[in-house]
Ligand binder design. Structure first.
Ligand code: CMP
Length: 140
């Protein structure tokens, strides 16, 4: 089915100037960008977005990293978009990410891991609504 999912290019990858290279991977995989914005997340933005991880030991470091510089946030649309984006990203820990994935190619560590993607269709809807108004997501 045609799905929508959230992708966030994290501060490390924005700083490396590889937004375009990452966008290319989405486009070559048949995913369309149907909304996008660059944003400097506040502490509140990052804490709210990652609220499910609040009790995890890495939460403080995660929020600090995600607010360390601007991020590029996009909604991707396409057939099986949630899983397709996760396959393009590779494993959360770049040391475990398959060759040719975004994290294998651009990420340095489990914290500075280049990209975030929604892990389910249900969370995709929640994450899209967190950053975009319905009218800011186009149909194309
Ligand atoms: P992300 O997909 O953005 O979701 C939560 C982030 O927490 C994850 O990517 C990692 O960058 C970061 N993180 C740090 N340590 C861990 C860990 N042990 N397990 C999962 N995520 C972690």
């Amino acid at each position: 089915a045609i799905e929508k999912t959230i992708s966030i290019i994290k501060p490390d990858a924005v700083a490396k100037n590889v937004i375009g290279e990452i966008y290319s991977r989405f486009e070559k995989a048949g995913l369309k960008i149907v909304a996008a914005k660059m944003k400097q997340l506040s502490k509140e933005d990052a804490e709210g977005f990652y609220a499910v991880h609040k009790e995890r030991p890495f939460f403080g470091d995660l929020v600090a990293f995600m607010t360390s510089g601007p991020v590029m946030i996009q909604v991707l649309e396409g057939e099986n978009a949630v899983l397709k984006n996760r396959e393009l990203m590779g494993a959360t820990n770049p040391k475990e990410a398959a060759a040719g994935t975004i994290r294998a190619d651009f990420a340095e560590s489990i914290d500075a891991n280049a990209v975030h993607g929604s892990d389910s269709l249900e969370n995709a809807a929640i994450e899209i609504a967190y950053f975009f108004k319905p009218e800011d997501v186009v149909s194309r």
